[in-house]
Design a protein. Sequence first.
Length: 288
Amino acid sequence: MTKHSIPLRRKAIALGAAVLVALAAFPASAATGSPSATTRTVTNAEHDLVFHVVDGRSPALVLDAGGGLSSSYWKDLAPRLARTTGRKVITYDRAGEGRSDEISGPWRIESAVSDLEAGLRALSETRKVVLVSHSIAGEVATTFAAKNPGRVAGAVLVDANVPDFFSDEMLTAFAPVVEQQRADLLAQPSTKKNRQLLAVMADFAPTHRAYNKLAWPNTVPVTVIVTSGTPFDAPEAARLWRDAQARFAQAGPNRKHVVAENTTHEGIVTERPDVVAGAVEDVLKAVR
């Protein structure tokens, strides 16, 4: 196979932005007995970020949704995890998502990590945390963990972007898809959601070539959940995605690989919340 032969017809923009859907910010659950969340606005680098916190024990669980999604992606799972684990649960809107401010220019992983660090400081969450990260949020989790290995007790990557996937071969083959998606978005009305997706597409290849070189710290336990329905329609692209996830899971100690049957990249949290919750509970057992 040549580097240009990978078929890349896409369901959505999973690599840089999981779905072209944005939801309202995470509300406290109305379910009987569900813990309620308090909302905090945190300022970092002259923009505001919205965080939601359900109080509980440490280590706190930090839930981070994919591109184009707000903190409400976790609206059912967050209170469930708070209730069943007794842990503090933090969800938040990254810059440009949900109720958080937009920032100008291309999306930068380092800026997203800085925002998360600022949020945790403002919440006085200086101890170790467990990261639960979906899709593009896997890039934030990996960069955060590589930079702050002593701050991460463990992680669950939910069909997340792992460094192994972004080879030169894949990025070269994916370039025309990014351009087509960009053209499609530019032809649509300018909305906060679309502007954020366009920011992710800007400098996509150089950003992800750099990300490809990152390594997950071997001291931090991580469970990799892979959905049975990948972000791709094309069988070869789907295989490359699955293979990258498996390689990542096998590349170091304290790593687990879980395949969530009958799930999609976008919908796993609502389709199989038990799988995600189970992985979180397993990681918590490992860090006690």
